[in-house]
Design a protein around this ligand. Structure first.
Ligand code: ATP
Length: 717
């Protein structure tokens, strides 16, 4: 009998494998769990960390802004009395006030029903609220009550540079002061661009935003259009915002930037809720509430988006609107409704009206659940993001507008002068153009290249070549533009002559207004409040009743129209001061401020507005300060630009340095404009002015303009 093979008793290998497998699995699970936990922790940490960090933490300690009650500010300004009114701007009226402790302040009462004002209020708090520098006007505090918004600033006894420069007496501004003011403004910009982290771009550098203290030292103010430049971004994709969502939120908008229900009922909403408690507020918390959660980064990047103008174009500039079908359609329906909805406001829809500003401004943001902040974020900040896919390029529109508005003075002497010299001028100009072009060519190829290599190194030479090509195109365009401009002016002269004959008398002041009405109504078929002589147009304000008591604006000169042109705030800056690359379509970068500084320097040196058309008989070439300056530079006669009121009592070297510096700042290509650091050094005499090729035109060719120009040419033929 075969014996059974006896196996030695052996341990079962299966359980062993299971143990190993189990161990590995447990270990792997533990590792995965740890990784998940770590990831979650990281996520939590970064969210919490980000939402609690003010962009200015690194440079400035958190600033506590005082919260004032409306009552307090009302009594400080004697009930916002007219005698205490010291100026009116695009977003509100400024009053002189004395606080209980005797401190002299300037209180800005914002136009309560305007979203534009709300946006600027927020921006002012978020940017100016955390800036502290002797070169920047201090914001002491704010007030929020129902739909009232107030900002309390340090009082600047000599008001704005606008007033000092354009007042009749202008006694205060001798050359020494003017030069100091230029230096102060440059220093202020250096502070914003270089010392702030992230850098702050002012976005609206102009005389009325430069305030003068008792010793006529200048401080920069009005940060309503400013923005912070976050994380070294270049051109944050503004259009990547959740525009679909934000556009759903608004129904449509009237010309003053207020929402309008299309064909529907409207009402005046309260923008926020009164907050009873807490006299002093840690504004970082408001900042936190406003810029929290996942959208916080973008929140700061989309400051300078002017809502009103964009939709204004959307509404009226139908032929220019290639993208914003919605805006167009809505605009048309508003107009079709008879345009009467303009004065009715439906500022917030349900989601918007649910925004609790008391939380935002009063509060302990830490108590707000994150998701609440996240979702409300869009509601709260939606108007920042309106400049999206539907945005029109305002520049083209503005340029055409200027073109349509520039008309010679009604002064008959001047007309005569123009008529007589016009033919001669045509020939003169062609000669000048040739020479001009030659000089430009020389500048571009020789010193320009040298300067560029020196400054940016050879690695950049490819880019430079692209620039050169662009320059060439620009030159060609300029030539076309210039000739075209002259023939346009000629046409206008003829038209004006006919009109003069018809009307016999053409009141000086009415000209601008009349032209505005005519042009806007005719070309855009706007149904505006017909013929109200007190209406004026502003890109920032839309149509607005002129305030007879406005100190800071029109009263300083008779040339209403000229004043308006040179200080009309456009989408994200002020017409004539806004950099050409920025005109509402581009990204706001430091070099845009440099461009505005260039215009401002010329204005300070010359005591003229950038566009000065109607005030007195003058040669047409002087009307546009920048092109006149370029012509003088070409003729080697820069000092002719200096304010005649100073007679010979100015420092010629300094004046010529300033004008040259301004021309450098006014270069078309932002990269070629000097940095603010260099500008300050040049002004202080610590550095020579680099030789820079001067460009020609402040505006590049645009499809639209060339199209209209082509049409004009065809018609002429
Ligand atoms: N802190 C201040 N101290 C003294 N005067 C001031 C102060 N702030 C403003 N003003 C005066 O009020 C005027 C209006 O200022 P505001 O900032 O409202 O508008 P603006 O800059 O003239 O125009 P916009 O707001 O359209 O750019 C100024 O021109 C200035 O005369």
């Amino acid at each position: 009998m075969p014996s059974r093979q006896a196996f030695p008793p052996s341990s079962n290998p299966r359980p062993k494998t299971s143990v190993i497998f189990l161990t590995i699995t447990t270990f792997a699970s533990a590792v995965i769990l740890c990784a998940i936990l770590y990831f979650l922790y990281y996520l939590w940490y970064s969210l919490v960390h980000r939402s609690r960090t003010s962009p200015f933490d690194s440079v400035t300690p958190l600033v506590k802004l005082q919260r004032f009650s409306y009552k307090e500010l009302k009594s400080a300004t004697q009930g916002f009395s007219e005698s205490n009114s010291i100026g009116k701007g695009g977003s509100g009226t400024v009053f002189r006030g004395i606080l209980k402790d005797g401190k002299l302040v300037a209180v800005k009462l914002l136009d309560s029903t305007s979203l534009q004002a709300e946006r600027e209020f927020q921006n002012e708090l978020q940017v100016l609220g955390v800036l502290r520098s002797p070169l920047i006007v201090s914001l002491f505090g704010y007030g929020v009550e129902k739909n009232k918004r107030l900002l309390v600033y340090e009082y600047m006894p000599n008001r704005s540079l606008q007033e000092s420069l354009f007042s009749d007496s202008n006694l205060g501004l001798n050359w020494g002061r003017r030069f100091e003011i230029i230096l102060d403004i440059a220093r202020a910009l250096a502070f914003l661009h270089l010392e702030c982290d992230p850098p702050v771009i002012h976005g609206d550098v102009k005389p009325s935003n430069v305030l003068l203290d008792s010793e006529f030292r200048a401080k920069l103010s009005d940060f309503g259009l400013s923005r912070m430049k976050i994380e070294g971004e270049f051109g944050v994709d503004l259009f990547s915002q959740d525009l679909g969502k934000s556009q759903e939120l608004w129904k449509s908008q009237d010309l003053s930037g207020n929402l309008v229900a299309i064909g529907g009922e409207s009402e005046t909403p309260a923008i926020g809720n009164p907050v009873e408690s807490a006299n002093e507020v840690d504004f970082a918390l408001a900042l936190q509430a406003s810029c929290s959660s996942k959208n916080s980064r973008f929140c700061n990047n989309v400051r300078g988006l002017s809502f009103s103008a964009m939709n204004f174009y959307g509404n009226i500039g139908n032929e220019y609107d290639s993208n914003s079908k919605n805006a167009k359609g809505k605009g048309v329906s508003i107009l079709e409704n008879g345009g009467e909805d303009w004065n009715k406001f439906v500022n917030y829809d349900d989601e918007l009206s649910s925004v609790d500003h008391s939380k935002e401004l009063n509060l302990n943001a830490g108590l707000l659940p994150d998701d609440t902040m996240g979702t409300k974020q869009w509601g709260k900040d939606w108007w920042w993001k309106q400049d999206g896919s539907g945005e029109l390029c305002s520049k083209d529109y503005i340029m055409e507008w200027i073109g349509s508005q520039i008309c010679p003075s009604a002064n008959p002497d001047w007309d005569e002068e123009k008529k007589c010299s016009h033919e001669k001028k045509m020939t003169d100009t062609s000669t000048r153009l040739d020479t001009f072009e030659e000089v430009n060519e020389m500048h571009l190829q020789e010193p320009g290249m040298e300067y560029h290599n020196k400054r940016f190194g050879k690695a950049e030479s490819r880019r430079w070549n692209i620039h050169k090509t662009k320059h060439k195109k620009m030159q060609e365009w300029w030539k076309e533009e210039h000739l075209d401009e002259l023939s346009k002016k000629n046409n206008k002269l003829n038209k004006l002559e006919t009109k003069c004959k018809k009307r016999l008398r053409m009141p000086h002041f009415d000209l601008g207004k009349r032209f505005q009405f005519r042009t806007w109504r005719k070309s855009r078929q706007l149904n505006v409040n017909k013929g109200d002589p007190n209406m004026e147009f502003s890109f920032r304000r839309g149509w607005k009743k002129k305030n007879a008591h406005s100190v800071g604006s029109d009263m300083w000169s008779g040339d209403l129209f000229s004043r308006e042109l040179s200080s009309t705030t456009s989408m994200r800056g002020t017409l004539c001061y806004v950099a050409p690359e920025y005109g509402g379509c581009g990204y706001l970068m430091e070099k845009a401020d440099i461009y505005s500084l260039g215009v401002l320097i010329l204005v300070i040196v010359s005591g003229r507005r950038p566009l000065h058309v109607l005030s007195s008989p003058m040669k047409l070439e002087k009307a546009n300060l920048i092109s006149w300056c370029r012509q003088l530079a070409h003729a080697g006669n820069l000092l002719e630009l200096v304010d005649e009121r100073m007679k010979d009592e100015y420092n010629k070297d300094q004046a010529s340095l300033c004008i040259n510096l301004a021309l450098a700042c006014l270069q078309k290509m932002p990269e070629l404009r000097p940095d603010i650091e260099d500008i300050v050094k040049v002004l202080k005499g610590e550095m020579d002015l680099p030789s820079i090729p001067f460009e020609f035109s402040p505006s590049p060719p645009s499809k639209l303009l060339s199209r209209s120009r082509r049409k004009q040419k065809m018609n002429a033929e």
